[in-house]
Design a protein around this ligand. Structure first.
Ligand SMILES: [Fe+2]
Ligand SMILES: [Fe+2]
Length: 209
């Protein structure tokens, strides 16, 4: 439906946690999951390539929910390229339903695969890297005791919000939301790595290792 290079052009304004490298990581996972789950590889591929095309606009305060706006735009651009309406609709549904906090639930296998692959990119070693990239932009502390009542926040330096707190309040819960069996297995491995990573980080900070 469209090539990697054609898709890349839509991500020129993206920040490092949601740039075209993110799209390529999600694509590698989604294609692997699609093969294992016997999904429509073409729908999955187009949905992955276009799923965050309006993310930079939302981050800049324009256009509202990027899942909804990207779905509308993807559908229009696929139709303009001569893609069949049923295929364009299937891609648009997957994109509309890809958000962790979204209101549209994934109804098709292809939509579940985009959701799963996108969430897998927020956990494991890459999830830790992304959490620190965001934490650095916000000038948060590298480590602090995580309060038992910690909540997701964008608090900056001198507050106690850290990437480790982000793990407790958010990243540790991602695996519970995964739909497909193939992705769930990957999520369990990535989750276990993060548990080990943050436990070790705490011991290093305390001078125990
Ligand atoms: Fe997104
Ligand atoms: Fe994404």
């Amino acid at each position: 439906m469209l090539t990697i290079d054609e898709a890349k052009a839509y991500y020129a304004a993206a920040e490092s946690a949601h740039d075209f490298d993110h799209v390529l990581r999600v694509l590698a996972l989604a294609e692997r999951i699609a093969r294992a789950e016997n999904a429509d590889a073409e729908i999955v591929r187009a949905a992955v390539l276009l799923h965050d095309i309006t993310r930079a606009e939302e981050d800049a305060g324009r256009g509202g929910d990027h899942a909804a706006t990207a779905a509308t735009r993807a559908r229009a651009l696929l139709l303009a390229r001569g893609v069949a309406p049923e295929q364009a609709d299937a891609v648009a549904h997957a994109i509309a339903a890809h958000r962790f906090r979204g209101t549209t639930a994934p109804q098709t296998l292809e939509a579940k695969i985009l959701f799963d692959a996108d969430k897998l990119d927020s956990i494991g070693a890459i999830g830790v890297a992304r959490a620190y990239a965001i934490s650095g932009v916000l000038n948060q502390r590298l480590w602090s005791e995580t309060a038992p009542d910690a909540v997701a926040t964008r608090d900056q330096h001198n507050s106690n919000h850290t990437a480790a707190a982000e793990f407790v309040v958010k990243l540790s819960k991602v695996r519970e939301r995964i739909f497909t069996a193939t992705a769930r297995q990957i999520a369990e491995e990535r989750h276990a790595f993060m548990v080990e990573y943050f436990a070790r980080l705490e011991r290093e900070v305390r001078g125990e290792m």
